[in-house]
Write a protein that binds this ligand. Structure first.
Ligand code: AMP
Length: 360
């Protein structure tokens, strides 16, 4: 259990690291951010920083000397960094979690191993595999690289047989999976947290809308039945328990229409605080960021109770230029990540708009 004034090391200096550092500061804990990019937004909120490559052993050693525990804001951390650090101090969530979530095939197999349904899928290591997989799964389908895909990157949508032509080359001739297309009614997500003592909590289920494959809005409560909401929370909590997880995680789920027997299927998990949990910052007593810090510090988790209905909207690219409107609106909480350069598709901040809690 960390004592006030101790330091949490965070790998990654993006907005998630920044918001974790802010939450830690609120609890009287320090953070040391490690990130190769000197312009990282998280560096603005803590004086303790390392700008170095993730495979720089001297920098990792010096970092390890200054922190009591290490956590991370992204899942694609090079294995060397994790191996190096875990030989010296706790890295939370544990490295098995990273192995599961870095690879779409391993992740899907994990979901199945604990009884959580997914879309049909097959491993694809060549153009010939792809042709075979489409014969088994049918079209439409999505070809996705096993590693390093996010916000729709490394993916190709295959609608008709002619789309297969050259498709494996188009995603970079990398190990991939083919996933059956899921005709979902809604996309929802569950944010769960677990601490080392085995205490598990989950937040109310969020409904997500994507634009150009980037999250645009999250609405809570989701327009789903209590039964589905309960099942979704169970999924998040089960994943956390089965992985001996410490920290916050997200599981993205597809909700299928009523006519399907199986209504919830898992899309993917993120072993970290998640964009679809930013609403907790304004609509809950304890945010996902604070929950994560409490867990990795070995502290008791807080309540996940929500006091308001909420819509979170990501400010992407030039959306951030409307700040005056958000600041003048009496019911909008504006959050900027302080990024210097505005680029199309770049997450620059978010707003949360609250309304009184509905009875749902
Ligand atoms: P992912 O990177 O796997 O989260 O995919 C990005 C987005 O593509 C998801 O949020 C969905 O909107 C869509 N998508 C991904 N996989 C499927 C699927 N199997 N069926 C239908 N839509 C999908």
């Amino acid at each position: 259990m960390l004592q006030p004034g101790e330091t949490i090391g965070i790998l990654g200096g993006g907005q998630l690291g920044r918001m974790m550092a802010l939450a830690a500061a609120k609890l009287g804990l320090k953070t040391h951010i490690y990130c190769p990019d000197a312009n990282s937004p998280a560096f603005d909120v803590t004086p303790y920083k390392t700008v170095a490559d993730y495979e720089d052993e001297a920098a990792l050693e010096a970092f390890a000397q200054t922190v009591s525990v290490v956590t991370y804001e992204f899942e694609n951390i090079p294995a060397l960094a994790v191996e190096f650090l875990k030989a010296r101090l706790p890295v939370l969530p544990n490295d098995n979690v990273l192995k599961v979530s870095q690879d779409r095939l391993t992740e899907k197999n994990f979901f199945h191993s604990i009884g959580i349904p997914t879309a049909g899928f097959e491993a694809v290591d060549s153009q010939e595999d792809l042709v075979k997989a489409t014969e088994n799964l049918g079209l439409p389908a999505l070809l996705k690289t096993r590693r390093f895909g996010y916000d729709g990157k490394g993916q190709k949508f295959l609608r008709a047989p002619e789309d297969l032509h050259n498709a494996f080359a188009e995603i970079g001739n990398q190990p991939a999976i083919l996933e059956a297309f899921v005709p979902f009614e809604r996309e929802i997500s569950v944010i769960a947290a677990r601490n080392a003592q085995g205490q598990v909590i989950s937040y109310d289920i969020a409904e997500n809308v994507h634009e150009n494959q980037i999250l645009k809005t999250t609405t809570v409560p989701a327009a789903i039945s209590e039964t589905i909401a309960h099942q979704a929370r169970q999924i998040g909590e089960k994943v956390a328990s089965e992985l001996d997880y410490v920290g916050v995680l997200a599981v993205e789920l597809f909700l299928l229409p009523d006519s399907f027997d199986q209504r919830l299927v898992a899309n993917e998990m993120a072993p970290r605080v998640h964009n679809s949990g930013h609403w907790t910052e304004a609509a809950c007593l304890i945010s996902q960021f604070e929950q994560h810090i409490r867990a990795v510090a070995g502290w008791p988790l807080g309540t996940s109770q929500r006091h308001s209905d909420v819509v979170m909207t990501n400010l992407i690219g030039n959306d951030i230029n409307d700040r005056q409107i958000f600041l003048e609106s009496g019911k909008t909480a504006y959050h900027s990540y302080g990024k210097g350069e505005t680029r199309d598709g770049r997450k620059m901040g978010h707003i949360n708009v609250l309304s009184p809690k509905s009875q749902v």
